[in-house]
Design a protein around this ligand. Structure first.
Ligand SMILES: [Cu+2]
Length: 245
């Protein structure tokens, strides 16, 4: 009898703890999936030369988060790449923060994560239930960066938006890269590189091989741009783009 009671009690205890952790979501519920994201629209945030963090690291973390509208405008496809990571302080985490980086580069001014549903950071995001996480918590939903080897990832996020005016829009927000203890190492603004425009290149020509001028920026081709993101050949194109500025 006593044993049975104990078993019953522990079963209730376990299920209530389970139910509790399963119920974590924003005060406004789960994040809605986004749609209507413009085909070919790209937003990219590239970390600057110098770190915001004043501690001892061997130069700043290098890398970017590039994002483009998902298939049929549903959600966003991300391509992420980071290198020159610190040898200590991982696993590293990165997020979309609500406010842009001001001209003085102060990462604290980017405020908190994109979190329309008012979920907060704690308890930690459950990657099995990404809709319940803060929209901006990219590493929480799709993986922290373990170790200091160069890191690259691609993932689809249904909950962020490239529709200007949507609360989940991040084209005017920022990327922040942190140590695991949340200390901010570096940050960068997203810039929107292209929108739904027609390719300036004739069929069969390669944007990478042409010598673009300021009036023919190579990433304006909707289909081509989408392709380069998918092919991971994106970074050189972006470098070429920034070389024009
Ligand atoms: Cu953050």
């Amino acid at each position: 009898m006593r044993v049975l009671n104990l078993i019953t009690l522990s079963a209730i205890g376990t299920s209530s703890v389970f139910a509790q952790s399963n119920n974590v979501t924003g005060k406004l519920g789960d994040a809605p999936a986004t749609s209507g994201n413009p085909a070919g629209k790209i937003a990219i945030a590239t970390l600057p030369e110098d770190a915001f963090w004043g501690g001892s690291i061997n130069g700043n973390v290098r890398g970017h988060v590039a994002a483009t509208s998902g298939v049929d405008g549903n959600g966003i496809d991300y391509e992420v790449s980071f290198s020159n990571l610190p040898t200590e302080g991982g696993p590293f985490i990165y997020h979309i923060h609500v406010a842009p980086v001001p001209s003085d580069g102060n990462c604290t001014s980017t405020l908190a994560h994109l979190d329309q549903t008012i979920r907060g950071e704690d308890p930690a995001c459950d990657p099995a239930r990404p809709a319940s996480c803060q929209q901006g918590d990219l590493s929480g939903k799709y993986g922290k960066i373990n170790g200091s080897a160069p890191f690259a990832a691609k993932f689809h996020d249904p909950y962020t938006s490239l529709v200007e005016g949507d609360g989940a829009y991040f084209g005017n927000r920022s990327l922040v890269f942190h140590f695991n203890n949340k200390t901010r190492i570096s940050c960068a603004n997203f810039s929107v590189l292209s929108s739904n425009t027609t390719s300036p290149y004739p069929t069969g020509s390669s944007p990478a091989k042409s010598s673009p001028t300021a009036s023919t920026i190579p990433v304006t081709g909707a289909g081509a741009a989408l392709g380069v993101v998918r092919n991971l050949a994106f970074a050189p194109v972006v470098v070429a783009f920034f070389a024009l500025l």
